[in-house]
Design a protein around this ligand. Sequence first.
Ligand SMILES: [Zn+2]
Length: 287
Amino acid sequence: MRIAAEGGQELPSLETHARYREIEARMRRHAEAEAADLVARQAEAQQRAAQRAAAHAEAEAQAAIERERAAAEAAARQAVACADCGRERSAGLCEACDHRRQTEALIREAGLLAATWSADPSDQVAVAAVTAEVRTAVEAAIAAEWAQFQKITDPAALKAAGPDAVEGAAAHNAFLTAESAAAEYRQQALVMLGRSEDAEAEARKAYATELSKPWHQALPDSDDAQRAATEAATQAQTRTAEHLLAMRLEQLRTQAHPEPIRPAPWSQRLPELAARPLDGETLEVIA
Ligand SMILES: [Zn+2]
């Protein structure tokens, strides 16, 4: 209608059919322009869709590259040989060497635990003597445990498992033995430090403090009062022993000489340990 009206205004003097032709021509041009516009818009939309698809494909490809890189890195990590024994594909440290390292740390810890009560912490020679003695005892216990393990294990099954499996079992056994030895040395240290002058003084003080409480003052010899006082004394003794243990361990650790980071592998030390005579004094210190 707009076109017809425009035509009416702009072409007042033309013949009717000529005006129609002009109007038709204008309508055609308008339709053509609209069609061209539509085509352009469609082309634009297609282009945008194509761009989105391309961006999506690029992101997908990038993600695939990332996944591939992560997988390659994981494979490379896994492929790294053991730092200690050189076994291939061990992610840097094989299980057996991990156990050996932990065993070594536990033996050191057990030595320091024994030194907390049996040596003057500032006397390095005395501390070294204690830790050496503990090391000998724990290594003998490890050798005895391994001998026992071999005795109760079917030799054919052990042989069939292969050298790696046997070595792994030995390392695991050593770790378990060292772990329980360290726990026993800790318990023993707490008992011994509980008998120290400091701990006994704290116990006496707690005992007296408990009995002086108003509700015990009337009947200090009653079962209830005695039980409460004894309990308070035991708690104070235990607390003091734990405190002394923590302090002395800290002192020993800070002044400890740096020890070799890489001890000789157990595979080399075990035969030597196994050859040592066992005279029953293995864990006498603990017992
Ligand atoms: Zn290893």
